[in-house]
Structure formats: C-alpha cells, structure tokens
Design a protein around this ligand. Structure first.
Ligand SMILES: O=C(O)CCC(=O)C(=O)O
Length: 274
C-alpha cells in the first residue's frame, strides 16, 4: 500500500524509486526460469521475444497480474488496468549496452499522459550494473526534442536520445532482485552500461487505464489484468498456459508486428496527430 505522501510525490516528481515486491529468492527463481528458457534455445532471447513476452511465458503473465505489482498501480491509475506491453532489459556482464535519455510518450502512440512503467528487477540492478536514472518532474513539462542515433549500444529501437538535457538533477534508482521502481512514461529516464560481473536483468511492465487510445496503426492489443474494460479500444490478449503456447505464439506474432509499427513510426505519427 502506498502512503498518501508517496502518491503525492509520484504526482509531482513522476517516479517511485523502490518498492519491495517479493523476496530476492522468489525473483531469482523467475530469473532461473527465464535463463533455463534461454538455455533451451541455445543462448539468449531472440529480439522478438524481448517484447510482449507475457503472451509467451506463464510466469510473466502471472507477474503482470500479481497483486504485489498491481496494488500500487491501482492507487495511481484506478481499478481498471490494462497491461499494454512488457520489455526485457538484459545487459550482459561488462557490456556496453545502455539506454540513452528519452521519454516514452514521444513514440508509444498512446493518448494518455498517465501511462505507468513498473520496472521489476530479476537480478540486482546496482549503479555499477547500470540501473535506471530519472530526471524528477520532467513528466509535467514540455516533451523534449529527441533524435535517432541508431547507436548500436543504445538498446532503444532507433537509438533515440533527448538532444539537450540538464543531467545534473538525475536521480539513480538502484534495485535488488525482487524490487521494482515505478515511473510515469513522460518522465525523462535512461541507464548506463553494466560494469558489474553479473547480468543486469529486468522486465518493464507498462500499465494504462482502458480509456487510453492507441493512435498509431489500426490495431493494438493489451491484457486486461484488473477490473473491467468499459471502452474496448484494445483487443484483449489471451493467456498462455505453457511456455510458447501456440495460441500465445500466434497472437504474439500479430502483437509484435503492431508494436514494431508503433516503435518505428510512433514518433512521427504521434507528433502529427496529437
Ligand atoms: O532498463 C533500462 O535500463 C531502461 C528501461 C526503460 O527505458 C524503461 O523501462 O522505460
């Protein structure tokens, strides 16, 4: 349960740096499940398996519905909740992968200003390992100009970065396995490389209220994870019963295509249509 001061701070600053979700051992079991899957296919996740994998893996389908994740989200956006997407953010030990400063509302094509990301740590995400940083309050200001760099180490689709930003106010959000941070998707955020000796593994979960519309493309989906959807703007995703359940895999293909369109063309279309 979030106390009123924390809710107030979230509204003003746009983030909650650290919430306990589950004990580290439980999170490390989820990590082991994911790593066993990776090993079963001979290495790492395939690029298409990074996004919307709640359609592929029952453990992730359960995490996006876990009351320990959803109770704080409900306090911030209300009782009816859709999960629009999830993304795995895995930085290998000692890797140069980073996420440049960006605001997600500039390219997700969503009509709401209140979309929330919960970033859940499957391993320890220390400053050394490249945990996330945010610039408090930027969710309330103007959307900042971005450019596409296509930098191969920038984990964002087009290597996006905010062109000018005062980083002196940045706040880091280190987490241990089993904790999560929360941020408004309009908030400027990013993360540095992983200089630690372990993989930095996290999954972001993106929650919105059902009155939100997708304004890019003709079709989009989301999982109804709590309450009711009285609007019907998103097709509801099916739930996988086992890893790579054929029903989920087929739906995931369509969902990934739709998401790719959003992530590549969202910036132009969002700017043109908002
Ligand atoms: O995992 C990271 O370092 C960045 C994640 C991110 O940009 C996000 O969750 O919106």
């Amino acid at each position: 349960m979030l106390d009123p001061a924390t809710v107030d701070r979230y509204r003003q600053q746009g983030f909650i740096p650290c919430l306990d979700v589950m004990p580290p051992e439980e999170a490390l079991r989820l990590r082991a499940t994911l790593e066993a899957f990776e090993a079963s296919q001979g290495g790492h996740l395939k690029p298409a398996q990074r996004s919307r994998a709640f359609l592929l893996f029952p453990w992730l389908d359960q995490l996006i519905r876990d009351p320990r994740v959803l109770d704080p989200i409900e306090q911030l956006i209300g009782p009816d909740i859709l999960c629009w997407s999830t993304i795995f953010w895995i930085k290998e030990a000692g890797s140069a992968s980073f996420v440049d400063w960006h605001q997600d509302n500039t390219y997700w094509g969503l009509s709401s200003q209140s979309v929330i990301t919960a970033w859940f740590a499957l391993s320890n995400a220390s400053e050394e390992a490249g945990c996330m940083s945010v610039i408090p309050g930027t969710h309330l200001g103007q959307t900042l100009p971005h450019e596409d760099t296509y930098d191969e180490n920038n984990m964002l689709t087009r290597g996006q970065r905010i062109t000018e930003l005062d980083r002196s106010r940045a706040v880091t959000m280190p987490l241990r396995a089993g904790q999560m941070s929360i941020h408004n998707y309009c908030l400027a955020h990013g993360s540095g490389p992983n200089r630690s000796t372990d993989r930095r593994m996290g999954v972001s979960m993106h929650f919105l209220a059902p009155d939100t519309r997708q304004i890019v493309g003709n079709w989009d989906c989301a999982a109804l994870v709590r309450g009711q959807d009285r609007f019907g703007y998103f097709v509801h995703a099916p739930r996988p019963r086992r890893d790579l359940d054929p029903v989920g895999v087929e739906f995931h293909q369509r969902a990934s295509d739709a998401l790719r369109e959003v992530l590549y063309f969202g910036a132009q279309q969002t700017a043109a249509r908002l």
